[in-house]
Write a protein that binds this ligand. Structure first.
Ligand SMILES: [Zn+2]
Length: 196
């Protein structure tokens, strides 16, 4: 029986999250970084063997974030897509290969602003193809990081660190996630966490 818990991680920040014990529900860590531009351009690099449906799932989940952000009235308006890799500030590598990591996000910063972000998504894990809801859930989670959120202490939340990709129910961007994003973009300095 293989493990069915798969780990999402922010590649550069594992130690930070490991040192954050939280006693109460629904506290979301914040990365301390935000987009200082009005939009971020996303380029999707899909490996051979990745279905058009998987790419569509990724785009749909990113558009949900843009819609959620638009409702907050911030200077940052969300994500656009580009077919020119050189103009992209967010590059997604969508892989069809095997592996036990669903997604990871790494970023570089200029001050407190994101300057470049790379997201790796796996369309398969342990050789099993992920369902469309699982691909959307993992993309929503990783773009929570891309937008400035860390992990939640609530297992039901989108931003919880792990997800059962083959048995878990689809997770969506919550009102709490939106309020956490609003905190990131309206408070200076950015607090270390947001509690709903
Ligand atoms: Zn994560």
């Amino acid at each position: 029986m293989m493990s069915r818990v798969f780990v999402w991680f922010v590649g550069l920040l594992i130690g930070v999250f490991a040192a954050t014990p939280l006693a109460f529900g629904n506290t979301i860590a914040l990365l301390g970084t935000k987009w200082c531009s009005s939009q971020a351009a996303v380029f999707i690099q899909a490996s051979s063997g990745v279905s058009a449906q998987a790419v569509a799932d990724v785009q749909a989940a990113i558009n949900e974030w843009t819609n959620a952000i638009a409702g907050l009235g911030l200077s940052f308006k969300g994500y656009s897509f580009t077919t020119d890799r050189k103009t992209a500030t967010v590059i997604i590598n969508l892989k069809g290969g095997t592996g036990n990591v669903l997604g990871s996000t790494q970023f570089s910063t200029a001050g407190t602003c994101f300057s470049a972000v790379r997201v790796n998504l796996s369309g398969k894990a342990f050789g099993q193809g992920l369902s469309d809801p699982a691909i959307r859930t993992v993309t929503r989670h990783e773009f929570g990081h891309v937008t400035g959120l860390g992990h939640s202490d609530d297992p039901n939340d989108l931003m919880f660190a792990t997800f059962d990709a083959f048995g878990g129910t689809e997770k969506f961007i919550s009102a709490c996630d939106g309020q956490a994003v609003k905190t990131v973009y309206t408070q200076n300095p950015i607090p270390s966490s947001f509690t709903c």
